[in-house]
Design a protein around this ligand. Sequence first.
Ligand code: FAD
Ligand code: AMP
Length: 479
Amino acid sequence: MSDKFDVIVIGAGPGGYVAAIRAAQLGLKTACVEKWVDDKGGAVLGGTCLNVGCIPSKALLESTHQFHNAQHADVHGIQVSGDVTMDVKAMVARKDKIVGNLTMGVAGLFKANGVTLLQGAGKLHGGKKVEVTAADGTSNTYDAENVILASGSIPVEIPPAPLTEGLILDNEGALNINETPKRLGVIGAGVIGLEMGSVWARLGTEVTVLEAMDDFLPAADKDVAKEAAKIFKKQKLDIKVGARCTGTEIIDGKEVKVKYTDAKGDQEIVVDKLIVAVGRKPQTQGLLADDSGVSLDERGFIFVNEQCQTGVPGVYAIGDSVRGPMLAHKASEEGIMVADIVAGHHAQINYDVIPSIIYTHPELAWVGKTEQELKAEGVKIKVGKFPFAANGRAMAANDTDGFVKLIACEETDRVLGVHIVGGIASELIGQAAIAMEFCSSAEDLQMTVFAHPTVSEAIHEAALAADGHAIHMANRKKR
Ligand code: FAD
Ligand code: AMP
C-alpha cells in the first residue's frame, strides 16, 4: 500500500466517518484513523454518537417509554393481567445489540466505499504528515494532501464529584447501569442529564437533578423551558435550579452523599448512583504535534473558519472539536461540506438552521431563534402558538402535552424560529428546518396542505395562528 492519501480523517465519529465516506465517494483516496478499540483489539467505529451517546441513550429512552405506555395501557382499554415489569439487563443488552449493529455497519460502509481504516491514535505533524500509533506502541507515518481532524469530545469532570466505579458515573457509565437504582442524583440539567434522568424516573427511581444555574434550559425559548419544567415536575423529576454541587462522599462503598449549595445554604442528599452530566470538552490531547501549525481557540476548540479550515492550508477540523453546537448532525454535515470542498466543489452549511432536540417525553425541539433573542435584536415579530391538546391525532395517541410555537418576522413574514414541546417533536422539527432552509414565510406554511389527521397539522395551525387565523383555536387577531 502506498503511504500517501488524498485525505486522512482522524476520528471515526459521525463527523469523521461521514467525511471519509463522502471523500471516498468523490473519488479521493481516503483513510480514516481511529484509536478506540474493544476488548478484543478491534476498532470501535462510530465515535461517541454510536457507542456512548445519541444511539444508546435513545435506545434506553425508547424502552422505558414503551414500559411507561404498557403501564398506562388501560387508557386504550387494554387490560394487562399482573404487574408490568422491566428486565433492566435485557433492556441494556438490547441497547448493546443496536450499538453493535450500527458500528459494524460503519465498518461495512468503509469497506464498500474503499475507505482504508488505520487503527491507532493519529497525530498531525507539520507538512500534513499523520503519525498513527497502534495500541501495541508501533507507529507508522502517512502523507496526506488533506487532513480532516474529527477527534470529537469527552465528558467534563468536576473536582467535587470524581468518577467512582459503579457509583459516580459519566455518560458512558450511566448507559450501563444494569439494575434500577432506588435513588439517582444527576449533576447538570442539560440535554444528557434530562435524558438520563427521564430513563430512570420512568422505571420508578427517585431522581434529583442539581443545576447550578438559576435558569432552567437557558438556550431554549422561555415558553419551552417553562412548559418543560411543569411537565417534568408532574413526572416526578425533581429538578433543583440554583443548586451547585460542592462535594461528594462515598458511604460504606455503596451510597453517595452529594453536597450542594442553593439559596437556602448548604444542603445534601444521599443517592445510590450519581451521574455527572455537566457538559463536554473538545478532545485534542496528543492530536497535534508542536510543528502542526494548527491552533486552538481560548476554550480549547480547534480554531476554524466557517468552512472548517484551520490556519494550515489543506487541514480542516469538524464536529465537537470545533466551535458550534455539539451535535451529531452538525458534525456529519461539516464532514460532508469539507469532503466536498476538498474535492473541488462549492459547499457551505447554514449554521442558522441546525435543529436542537432533547429526547425526553414530551420531546423538546427547536430550530432558529427564540422569541427572547429576536426581541433583544429589536426584530419585530409575530408569534403563533398551537397546543397539541387541540390536535385530533395527538388526542387519539393520548399524547397531548405541549405546543408548536412559530415565530415570523412582522415585516417580511419570514419564519425565524419554531419551538416545539410534543410527543414527536424530534420528527416535526425537520419540517420546520426544511421550511426555514427554503426561506419560507408563515403564509407559505399556511398555504401548504397538511394531511389530516396528523400531529403535523399543529405546525400548520401555528403558522395560521401567527396571523390570528388558526381554525381549531379561538385566536382571532384584533384589527
Ligand atoms: P465523536 O463522536 O466524539 O468521535 C470522535 C472519534 O475520534 C472517537 O471515536 C475518538 O475515539 C476518535 N479520536 C479522538 N482522537 C483521536 C486520535 N488522536 N486518533 C484517532 N482517533 C481519535 N447529539 C445529537 O445530535 N443527538 C443526540 O441525541 C445526542 N445524544 C447524546 C447523548 C449522549 C449521552 C452524549 C454523550 C452525546 C450525545 N450527542 C447527541 C452528541 C454527539 O454524540 C456528538 O455531537 C457527536 O458524537 C460528535 O461527533 P464527532 O465525530 O465530532 O466526535
Ligand atoms: P450541558 O452542557 O447542556 O450538558 O449542561 C450541563 C449543565 O451542568 C449546565 O447547565 C451547567 O450549568 C451544569 N453544571 C455544571 N457544573 C455544575 C455543578 N457543580 N453543579 C450543578 N450543575 C452544574
